[in-house]
Ligand binder design. Structure first.
Ligand SMILES: [Zn+2]
Length: 252
């Protein structure tokens, strides 16, 4: 799911800061050490508790003594990585490098998802809010929430960012087009699901082949989770309901 891997962002300066922890790959640790050129890593800001963003914290703690770890708490998940986590909340301003970054809570992909906003350059370290060329996975089994995600996209659009530094894929130089594209894509997907439900009650498993034609077997679970994320959003809006595992449309 991480494609070609994932980015961490190092901000050198007065408060040397790493955004996201990676996975503890020794080559990554070496690269950070080299880029720090003798400076001590002060802190790591973890955008959310998914493995590819958080699991490197123990290796970082071992390599860079005294480093502090910050994230928005998600206790059940954070406990997997036993470092002395310090909490961040929405709107909190943190010194990073020679600059100040503001935490922006952007749940949806994960409940604890934070982006970091640099007002002066209108840049957002956007983690898994957007990945150029593909959509973002919203897994209900990991407390992903599509309604929250759409609200987060609106929230970030309202900041009018000039660029996004994502957790995966290239830097996004046209954020508004990309974010609007996501909103439109989800609206189309929702229309497809509503149309499929009009044909009668259906389970997420039965909906997947109607929505995703020619889907590869190994992507079935991801597609099922995505369909379920849409159904849960529609349920919350009073537009769909379920009897046991079969979902139906509720017409206004
Ligand atoms: Zn993630």
């Amino acid at each position: 799911m991480t494609g070609a891997g994932n980015w961490t962002w190092l901000l050198p300066g007065r408060v040397p800061t790493l955004i996201d922890a990676g996975t503890g790959d020794p080559r990554h640790l070496d690269a950070i050490e080299e880029a720090l050129a003798g400076a001590a890593l002060a802190q790591v800001l973890v955008t959310h508790a998914h493995v590819d963003h958080a699991s490197g914290v123990m290796a970082l703690a071992e390599r860079f003594h005294g480093v502090r770890f910050f994230k928005m708490p998600w206790e059940e998940r954070d406990a997997r990585w036993p470092v002395a986590w310090e909490g961040l909340s929405d709107g909190q301003v943190v010194e990073a490098g020679d600059e100040a970054l503001r935490a922006v809570h952007t749940p949806g992909h994960a409940p604890d998802h934070l982006c970091f906003w640099h007002e002066a350059s209108r840049s957002l370290f956007s983690a898994d809010l957007a990945v150029k060329g593909t959509t973002v996975y919203i897994p209900p089994h990991l407390r992903g929430d599509l309604a929250d995600y759409l609200a987060s996209l609106d929230r970030v659009r309202a900041l009018k960012p000039a660029r996004l530094f994502p957790g995966h894929g290239p830097v996004i130089e046209d954020p508004d087009a990309v974010l609007r594209g996501y909103i439109e894509h989800r609206r189309e997907r929702e229309e497809q699901i509503l149309a499929a439900l009009r044909g009668g009650g259906a389970t997420p498993e039965a909906l997947v082949p109607l929505i995703y034609r020619g889907l590869k077997e190994q992507l079935f679970q991801v597609a099922r989770e995505t369909v379920l994320a849409h159904l849960l959003k529609l349920e919350r809006e009073g537009r769909a309901g379920r009897h046991e595992d079969a979902w139906h449309i509720i017409e206004p």
